[in-house]
Design a protein around this ligand. Structure first.
Ligand code: SAM
Length: 275
């Protein structure tokens, strides 16, 4: 199987929309018109969830009317939130067809179909013309992509000159190789972490000027501590992982926490400008 097929197979789930709407119903919501807050927990598939998306939107200064690209848009929570909060139009592209279908159905239910659109496709060969987006972002996607120079070259190609690009990804830390399975991969065969030292020149030679670089491990550790405390208090945790990852969830969640605690993975936010 090709790498992209293996990655899509890792994420793909049957009846994802039904499972999400069932969770909304169980929480007392209306599945025909679920409240966005109810979906935030399942729609944000990255470390620190919605909080990280809020920070990324602010750091990118997304503005009303702008055309924005979400590379690896998942089940669409970040695009739904940012389109509404900043008044921009967001196009998401994602390898996993089931995620695009689910994201589209949720956007329709939330009355956001004119603000967000999700397309199935590869970030390495995007079906968009050159220089059409004002801004682009990607969250927790590049870990699945071996050919990162091509990924960043594709993003640079579709951005207008001067366009902003924000990435929020898990980088390889000094603590050693990650423990598997993790949310993005069952084993090292579909996981390609880059060090900060390698990423910086890669972005610069692709045509990006780096405006800011944030190691967000301290915030991620605080988030993990809070999740642990809430779990110990017996609170039901609103996490997308059980729905999205199924039976492996307990070991995946444990490994993600361990990898962050042991500096094997470093959640990092980088803001750039296309030259
Ligand atoms: C951990 S999820 C993150 C989803 C979303 N960015 C979020 O933060 O909620 C990773 C996503 O990257 C997508 N992905 C991985 N490799 C990709 C590629 N080559 N092109 C497009 N999407 C890809 C997967 O299908 C999956 O939806």
């Amino acid at each position: 199987m090709e790498l992209e097929d293996r990655v899509a197979a890792h994420y793909s789930r049957d009846n994802l929309l039904e499972a999400i709407l069932e969770a909304v119903r169980a929480a007392g919501g209306d599945p025909a018109r679920p409240a966005e807050e109810m979906l935030a927990a399942v729609g944000e598939f990255h470390t620190r969830g919605r909080a990280a998306t809020v920070e990324l939107g602010q750091a990118l200064a997304l503005a009303p009317g702008e055309a924005v690209l979400d590379v690896g848009s998942g089940i669409g929570g970040p695009a739904r939130y940012l389109a509404r909060a900043h008044g921009c139009h967001i196009t998401g592209i994602d390898l996993t067809e089931a995620y695009c279908r689910t994201a589209t159905a949720l956007a329709e239910r939330l009355g956001l179909a004119d603000r967000v659109a999700y397309r199935q496709g590869s970030a390495l060969a995007m079906p968009f013309a050159d220089a059409v987006f004002d801004a682009a972002y990607t969250q927790h996607v590049a870990m699945n992509i071996a050919d990162k120079p091509r990924l960043y070259a594709e993003i640079a190609r579709v951005l207008k000159p001067g366009g902003r690009f924000g990435l929020y990804d898990l980088l390889q830390g000094p603590g050693g190789a990650p423990h598997y399975p993790v949310p993005w991969a069952r084993d090292a065969g579909t996981s390609f972490l880059v060090t900060p030292e390698a990423l910086r020149p890669m972005l610069e030679t692709t045509g990006f000027e780096i405006l800011s670089w944030r190691d967000t491990a301290p915030e991620a550790r605080a988030w993990l501590a809070e999740l642990r405390e809430r779990h110990q208090r017996g609170e039901t945790l609103a996490s997308p992982l059980p729905t999205l990852l199924g039976a492996d969830f307990p070991s995946i969640a444990r490994n993600l926490a361990r990898n962050i605690e042991e500096s094997r993975v470093v959640p990092t936010q980088v803001i750039c400008r296309r030259r």
